[in-house]
Design a protein. Structure first.
Ligand SMILES: Cc1cc2nc3c(=O)[nH]c(=O)nc-3n(C[C@H](O)[C@H](O)[C@H](O)COP(=O)(O)OP(=O)(O)OC[C@H]3O[C@@H](n4cnc5c(N)ncnc54)[C@H](O)[C@@H]3O)c2cc1C
Length: 409
């Protein structure tokens, strides 16, 4: 199986002992309504949403829950998509682009509400995001995006270069400030969602890699080395198409992305940096971004690059993290005095249009997919959970078509 991470994310701490298994492996046969493959943020959101709706679910995770791409995530819960309204509108028209943005904003709020309602301790904090540009040639593009957002009813505030500098310490050309975004610890959020799903009746199994999925009389049979699940439907929440779904693999492009976590920053250093308590991300692509942690570290991310077969992952890791550091030291010079405590690399999957696939595929009866989120997997994972429940319940909505496999036709 592909290794989803390299290096140690700050969320998993310094303890490098073999982590404890929380849930048993699947050792027998079990019959449920819905089987879920994958125990990351998507699988856990699906498990909780379905279990709360009274659906009998079982989730099988190949390794340990929450330790795939989810543990690598920097977990900015942005209402905004990576793909701007302008670009999305060009591809799908203004009305569809607006609806996709509305759904993303809804999913971000839904995530926050769920975490609060369930009472998951996962360092959730509300925080504004600052979408900036430093390139003089890009400011018109950013202004155009801002105008489109305003017209479509998305709240935001234009920051002049002076306002951007006062708020962030960045010498840029302008920015859009969005209020009411959030951030959290993705590993704790995932584990908390699963605990809650379990309380609502979900069965969860770790170290239970799915080897194949067969058609069965009334649905599917999900086969793991130790046991099987029969279910009317199976939800595939493995991040991207794994070798079990060979014909779908070509729909995803895998990228590596890098993150650094600084040492804890003192008040004095914070002041010297000039960066307020906001999340940063930039207009250029691939973009860089930064956020604070509750224990006063800065997470610095970006330098995404496509996975190229045979190219050394360790050498790419060194180069990626070095370039990341160089970028941020140029942006916020006071950073050069700060040490780095954690560095890691994570994998994410992109579809051709940057939107996830959520829903059925004609080739695979009784399967529902939730894959390919790019850099918005936290919010889209939640959106997937709601949409898949609707599909399971037989509710049809035009919203589903926006994320269907067939949308490219
Ligand atoms: C460095 C980084 C930063 C990111 N930052 C953000 C961010 O700020 N905001 C945001 O919204 N998104 C962000 N993302 C994206 C987001 O984190 C991911 O899209 C999201 O975590 C994917 O969750 P998932 O549950 O779909 O996949 P994963 O967390 O990868 O979970 C899939 C699980 O499926 C399991 N699995 C695979 N094959 C099998 C099998 N055969 N049988 C059983 N189990 C199997 C794997 O072991 C894994 O645990 C970031 C991603 C990375 C890498």
């Amino acid at each position: 199986m592909t290794q989803l991470r390299l290096g140690r994310p700050v969320w998993l701490g310094r303890d490098t002992r073999t982590p404890r298994q929380t849930y048993q492996s699947l050792k027998a046969h079990q019959d449920v309504d819905v089987a879920i493959v994958g125990g990351g943020i998507t699988g856990s959101a699906v498990a909780l949403t379905f279990a709360n709706a009274g659906v009998r679910v079982a989730l099988v995770e190949a390794a340990l829950v929450g330790r795939g791409s989810t543990a690598a995530s920097t977990a900015l819960l942005l209402q905004e998509l990576d793909m701007g309204l302008t670009e999305l509108g060009r591809r799908y028209g203004a009305a569809k682009a607006q609806r996709i943005w509305e759904l993303s904003a809804f999913a971000a709020r839904d995530f926050v509400k769920t975490v609060r309602r369930v009472g998951i301790a996962c360092e959730l904090t509300e925080q504004d995001s600052i979408y900036y540009t430093i390139g003089p040639d890009r400011v018109q593009q950013l202004r155009g995006e801002y105008a489109r957002r305003c017209k479509a009813g998305f709240s935001g505030e234009w920051l002049t270069p002076g306002a951007l500098r006062r708020l962030t310490g960045i010498s840029g050309r302008g920015a859009i400030r969005t209020r009411g975004n959030a951030q959290l610890n993705p590993y704790k959020a995932c584990v908390g969602l699963l605990r809650s799903a379990e309380r609502s009746g979900a069965a969860i199994f770790e170290h239970s890699p799915v080897q194949r999925i067969d058609s069965a009389r009334q649905g599917v049979r999900v086969v793991t080395p130790g046991g099987t699940l029969t279910a009317r439907q199976v939800v595939i929440a493995t991040g991207y198409a794994t070798p079990i779904f060979q014909p779908l693999i070509g729909r995803f492009r895998l990228y590596r992305t890098y993150v650094l976590a600084t040492k804890r920053i003192t008040r004095q250093q914070h002041w010297e940096l000039g960066l307020d308590s906001v999340m940063l991300w930039e207009l250029a692509r691939p973009y860089h971004y930064a956020r604070w942690t509750p224990d006063q570290r800065l997470l610095l991310g970006g330098e995404d690059r496509p996975v190229v077969a045979g190219r050394g992952r360790t050498a790419a890791f060194r180069k990626g993290t070095r370039e990341l550091r160089e970028y941020f030291e140029a942006l916020l010079p006071a950073l050069s005095d700060l040490g780095i405590d954690y560095a890691w690399e994570g994998l994410f999957a992109m579809t051709p249009d940057g939107l996830p696939y959520i829903g059925p595929h004609q080739r695979y009866p009784n399967h529902l997919f939730a894959l390919g989120y790019g850099g918005n997997g936290m919010t889209f994972g939640f959106l997937a959970a709601r949409m898949l429940l609707e599909q399971w319940q037989g509710v049809h909505s035009a919203d589903h078509d926006l994320f269907a496999f067939g949308r490219h036709r």
